[in-house]
Design a protein around this ligand. Structure first.
Ligand code: NI
Length: 187
């Protein structure tokens, strides 16, 4: 299909909640193909529909590396049904070119979603793996939540954003997840 323009932090669409998909129509299949084409063109690990300006609950992930065959994963109407453990590690986002900062995430997540054929599946990602973090990161995009909202240190994150000419942290958006904080203390 097509490589689409990736919206940058500061654009309104990134903060808007996305709608459920009711039918995996031609339009949704085209959207999935555009997401994959755009993600691969940008060497990204994941991409969510709002990042290309479409507020539908769809994202794609591919955590394959180097010489491994491509392994595109498609998530439609995803729901994280289980989460545990906590980890702080560096993350970036195609909507924040070259800006990376430490974020707080769950170590293990279980997600339920539909695949590109509209078939339900459940996937577990553990050990703070790239997949576990990507699922949380992309799922957040569908609710207008961005990785910087989970930053481990607001001042470090702001510094990095400023260095990349991106708008600053919005303090009202910072997420205080009690369960995650507890998990971090236990770790
Ligand atoms: Ni992102």
């Amino acid at each position: 299909m097509a490589v689409r323009k990736v919206l940058k932090y500061g654009e309104k669409t990134l903060r808007e909640p996305s709608r459920e998909v009711h039918k995996v129509s031609r339009k949704i299949l085209d959207l999935i193909q555009d997401l994959l084409d755009t993600m691969y063109a940008q060497n990204g690990v994941g991409l969510a529909a709002p990042q290309i300006g479409v507020n539908y609950r769809v994202f794609v992930i591919d955590v394959s590396t180097g010489s491994e065959p491509l392994n595109p994963l498609v998530f439609i109407n995803p729901k994280i049904i289980k989460k545990s453990g906590a980890v702080i590690s560096q993350e970036g986002c195609l909507s924040f070119p070259e800006a990376f900062t430490d974020v707080k995430r769950y170590k293990n997540v279980t997600v339920k979603a539909l695949d590109a054929k509209g078939k339900p599946f459940v996937m577990e990602a553990t050990d703070g793996s790239l997949l576990a973090r990507a699922i949380q990161h992309e799922n957040d995009h569908l609710d207008g939540i961005l990785f910087i909202d989970h930053c481990a240190n607001r001042f470090d994150a702001d510094k990095i954003l400023a260095e990349h000419n991106l708008p600053p942290i919005d303090p009202d958006r910072l997420i205080d997840d009690e369960m995650l904080e507890k998990e971090l203390q236990n770790d």
